[in-house]
Design a protein around this ligand. Sequence first.
Ligand SMILES: [Mg+2]
Length: 249
Amino acid sequence: MSPLQAPSPLRRARPIPSDAPVWLFDLDNTLHDASRAIFRTIDQRMGAAVAQALNLPPEEADVVRRRYWKRYGATAIGLVKHHQVNLQQFLRTCHDFDVRPLVHADRGLKARLRALPGRRIVLTNAPAHYARRVLQALNILQEFDGLWAIDHMMPMGLPRPKPSLALMRQVLARLDVPAQRVILVEDTLRNLKSARQVGMRTAYLYHPGTPFSHQQHGRDLYVDVRVNRLSDLLMQAHAGHIPGIRGHA
Ligand SMILES: [Mg+2]
């Protein structure tokens, strides 16, 4: 795997203590509620884009799409692998719409993120241009030090997104901090499991719209903290209630 580049900067560099935690935030269904409206639009656009790329009627394209999704965890991987579809172009077609009327997030998110000690980086399997637009629409782009998106996870031209262990190791190598100081905040359990396998800490944000999310209140062994709302996690972190994370209180 070719080395992961530094995350794209989203704001001017600021002084951060060298022993500060590094927060990795997933985007969809973590920083905002994508299930409420955005996913539906992406889904419709992706259906049309697959039919166009494969030159198939919508019903047949849908069968192929589901097959790749099951086999690779992402339709796009199958399209690149078996149909030489241009990934960037495909993702752009699926995600290129006005997100502003469709974004929903916790109130007070901006202030709570700002109060969070340490570095804050977005780590998403979505394309970078979409991530930036969602963060802008939520008015929180400036609260993040960097962004890693699917565009950065393309060793040898093929996407290797979360939960790839190789990706997780490269993230750690690029951050150059001990794994225990890095916390992945996510709604997708399998990504948290990979994070834990490389030694990161994990915060599970339960979202009922995420496939395979756990409804019960218990947590898996690879989950350090479980919350139902992102604001709860940010408040706990700020108050120093997360073991190993120094708060501001
Ligand atoms: Mg997510």
